[in-house]
Structures are given as structure tokens and as C-alpha cells.
Design a protein around this ligand. Structure first.
Ligand code: NAG
Ligand code: NAG
Ligand code: NAG
Ligand code: NAG
Length: 379
């Protein structure tokens, strides 16, 4: 048996046996953010000196070469962590790769797989080309409740507007960000609310990353308080049970149903080992906040990822949760508020049960005609 290594040595005349246990890992769900990218026009403004697409070689919104390296390294890190578990030979049954219908997440899925599955032995199909194709799939955005919930669920905007109209939240946002919104509106020509500020944060951050100098007026709002406003948006998006159902409930439903099938031996194909979700920073942020597993103070970084591992330990099935935000070398172990780092599956389920959607009414706005804004912008 490959994983069973027995060390025997003499200690004061007694023979001591230290046995490394066989792996307890049964299934892994990986949710990752795409790599470093160019801005979208929704995050820029027309008087910006760097508005023109000609500044962005790969096109608006696309991965840069740094972004490609980020995702490729992510795949290599997964290879290192799960080498024994996955084995070196790719098989269609082992891994299911799902992306959002967005170019940069599709490219990211390809790159992570390139780092995870360099062909070896019989998988080498062209010598001196250290790559093999690994497919991904996606749903049309308007049906993708699991990843692009903000395109698929009209109810999101309806419920966000309700939260933003609550007195306590309204006062909080106004006191902190009114002057920021005004400065942004004056200088960009846009009508600026919390969501617009959220978008503009990404524009400025990316412009800075790419080495294009920001105009002087931005200094009074960027990075703070704009950065805090952007992070606050995630807290608004997950401010109550209805919103948590929309932003993370559908994804959790899928993850938990696959997990349950694995536990019960009903998973198809039987030898499925891993699920990939190639998504966006919003997916990571809203999932962590929904689970109340992490106090978010930052935007999840490019190539950031969440792992949900199913383990069977002494006959008990349970989940381990990790977050890689690159503040440490390894992904940080996290736990649900009332659970241990190894959370028994039934206890995990109990804690998240109320945020699992039961029908499409959790996703569709009750009054579509009255909806002020339909969010159809990809961040
Ligand atoms: C963008 O830049 C290209 C190439 O320099 C130029 O031809 C085009 O007119 C510019 N577009 C705008 C909207 O400024
Ligand atoms: C993806 O790229 C295509 C061009 O190949 C473009 O038409 C489309 O708008 C892009 N979609 C997204 C979501 O970036
Ligand atoms: C913030 O701005 C809004 C609209 O401009 C205004 O109605 C409100 O009184 C302002 N609040 C604060 C605290 O400045
Ligand atoms: C709701 O949003 C406010 C403002 O960001 C935040 O302070 C608060 O913690 C949020 N509440 C919940 C339950 O997420």
C-alpha cells in the first residue's frame, strides 16, 4: 500500500512503531478566483487617460501574463497538495471542471488544469509539449445560479435595495461614504452609489497594478475609503438569510448534494475525486461570509481559493474548510461558528440548512417591473 509507511526504531530497548495512517480524504471541492486581469469599461470612466482598450493588450477584462502565471501556479499548488490523492494520470471521471461563462474564468480553468495535470508517461501525446487538454463546462450566465448568481437571480438587486434602505445601514453607508461618492461622481461623470463605488475600486486597483498612473484627485478616495466600501458591499450582499441563499445557497446546494452522494456511494461517476468552480472574487467573499467562517477585510486576491474537503475519519464523514488568500504559504484552516476544524457532515448541514434554497422563488424578483437596477455587469 502506497500510503502506509512503517517506521520501526529502537527506543530504550522497546521497539516503537509509528504508523502513518492511510489518507482519510474522499472528495475535494475547489472554488477559485481568476488571475490578474485588465479592467472592464464598467470600472473605468471616459475621461480617464487610460480608458482606451489599446492600453490593454489582451482586451478589456482579459487575463494578463501575470494572471496566467497566477492560475498556473495555483494548479501546481493543487498538484503538490493532492498528488497522492489524484494520482498523476488524468481521467475524465476524476474531476469535473465548471466555469462561469466569462472569458477570464475559462482561461483560468485551462491554466489551473495545465499546472495540475502536466502529462506524464502514457499521457504524453506530443513530446516536448508539457500540456494536455482538460475540458471545462459552463452554463449560460442567465441560468448559472451557482457562480453567476448576480446574472441569474433578479432577486439579488431587489433584496440589496431593501437592505440599503434600512435606516441603520443607510446611515452607516452615508456617514462613511457620502463624500467619497460625491468626489467619484464629480470626477467620473457617473451616478455613484455603493455598487458603482465597488466597480470603480476595481478600475483603480487594476490601473495601479498595470503601472498606469492614477489622476491626482483619486488620492482622496483611493485606496481608502474606497477599499472599505468595496468590502462593505460583500457584507451587504450577504446581510440576511434571503441574500445568503442567493449569493451562496445555490453553490452550497450543489456542493453538499455532491458530497452527500459521495458519502452514500451514489455519486456518478463513482471515482469522482474533485470538483472545480472557476469563478470570481464575489463567489469567495460571499461564501466565506455566508458560512460566517472568516472576517473578511479584503477583496479575495487573484488566484485565491476555498477548499472544502470531505474526509472519513474513524468511520465518520465530515468536512474541512480552507481559504488560500496568500497571507500564509498554505491555505488557512477555517471552521463554522459552532463546529470544529473537522466538522461532522450532519452538523455542517444543520448549520447551513436555512440558507439552502428550495426553489426558484429564492432567485427570481417578486416585482421585476419595479426593479431599479438589474445587475448585469461582471466583476
Ligand atoms: C483608441 O486608440 C486607438 C489607437 O491608438 C485609436 O485609433 C482610437 O481612436 C482610440 N479610441 C478612442 C475612443 O479614443
Ligand atoms: C468573451 O469574449 C468574446 C469574444 O471572443 C466577447 O464577445 C464576449 O463579450 C466576452 N465575454 C465576456 C463575458 O467577457
Ligand atoms: C448623503 O447624501 C444624500 C444624497 O446626496 C443626502 O440625502 C444625505 O443627507 C447625505 N448624508 C450625510 C450623512 O451626509
Ligand atoms: C450588514 O451590513 C453592515 C454594513 O456593511 C455590516 O456592518 C453588518 O455586519 C452586516 N450584517 C450582517 C449580518 O452581515
Amino acid at each position: 500500500m502506497k500510503f502506509l509507511i512503517i517506521f520501526a526504531f529502537w527506543l530504550g530497548g522497546f521497539q516503537v512503531l509509528a504508523v502513518e495512517q492511510p489518507s482519510t480524504l474522499k472528495l475535494v471541492h475547489v472554488l477559485f478566483r481568476h488571475g490578474d486581469r485588465n479592467p472592464e469599461t464598467s470600472s473605468l470612466w471616459e475621461t480617464n487617460l487610460y480608458y482606451n482598450e489599446s492600453f490593454y493588450r489582451q482586451g478589456y477584462g482579459q487575463l494578463t501574463n501575470n494572471g496566467k502565471r497566477t492560475e498556473y501556479s495555483l494548479g501546481q499548488a493543487l498538484r503538490e497538495r493532492y498528488d497522492d490523492f489524484l494520482g498523476s494520470e488524468w481521467n475524465i471521471n476524476y474531476i469535473d471542471v465548471r466555469s462561469s461563462d466569462v472569458n477570464r474564468t475559462k482561461m483560468s480553468a485551462l491554466l489551473v488544469n495545465a499546472g495540475l495535470w502536466p502529462p506524464e508517461d502514457d499521457d504524453v501525446w506530443l513530446s516536448s509539449f508539457n500540456w494536455q487538454p482538460v475540458p471545462y463546462n459552463y452554463l449560460p450566465s442567465e441560468d448559472d445560479k451557482e457562480i453567476l448568481f448576480y446574472m441569474a437571480c433578479s432577486k439579488l438587486d431587489e433584496e440589496i435595495d431593501k437592505v440599503l434602505e434600512q435606516d441603520d445601514i443607510k446611515n452607516y453607508i452615508e456617514e462613511r461614504y457620502n463624500s467619497t461618492f460625491n468626489i467619484l461622481a464629480e470626477n467620473t461623470g457617473k451616478t455613484v452609489d455603493l455598487f458603482e463605488a465597488f466597480l470603480l475600486y476595481f478600475g483603480m486597483e487594476i490601473q495601479e497594478e498595470l503601472g498606469f498612473p492614477l489622476e491626482e484627485w483619486t488620492q482622496s478616495v483611493y485606496p481608502e475609503p474606497l477599499h472599505s466600501a468595496a468590502v462593505d458591499y460583500y457584507y451587504i450582499e450577504t446581510n440576511n438569510t434571503i441574500l445568503r441563499k442567493i449569493t451562496s445557497g445555490y453553490l452550497l446546494n450543489k456542493i453538499l448534494s455532491d458530497t452527500e452522494n459521495k458519502i452514500n456511494g451514489n455519486i456518478s461517476p463513482q471515482n469522482r475525486k474533485m470538483f472545480f468552480y472557476s469563478g470570481h472574487e464575489t463567489n469567495i467573499a460571499t461564501l466565506l461570509l455566508t458560512l460566517e467562517a472568516y472576517d473578511l477585510t479584503d477583496i479575495p486576491p487573484y488566484g485565491g481559493y476555498v477548499l472544502l474537503e470531505l474526509h472519513e475519519i474513524d468511520g465518520v464523514n465530515g468536512l474541512k474548510l480552507f481559504y488560500q488568500n496568500y497571507e500564509q504559504a498554505d491555505p488557512i484552516p477555517l471552521k463554522l461558528p459552532n463546529c470544529d476544524y473537522f466538522c461532522v457532515y450532519d452538523d455542517f448541514y444543520q448549520q447551513v440548512q436555512d440558507i439552502l434554497p428550495t426553489s426558484d422563488t429564492d432567485c427570481i424578483a417578486s416585482n421585476l417591473d419595479k426593479l431599479k437596477r438589474r445587475r448585469n455587469i461582471i466583476v
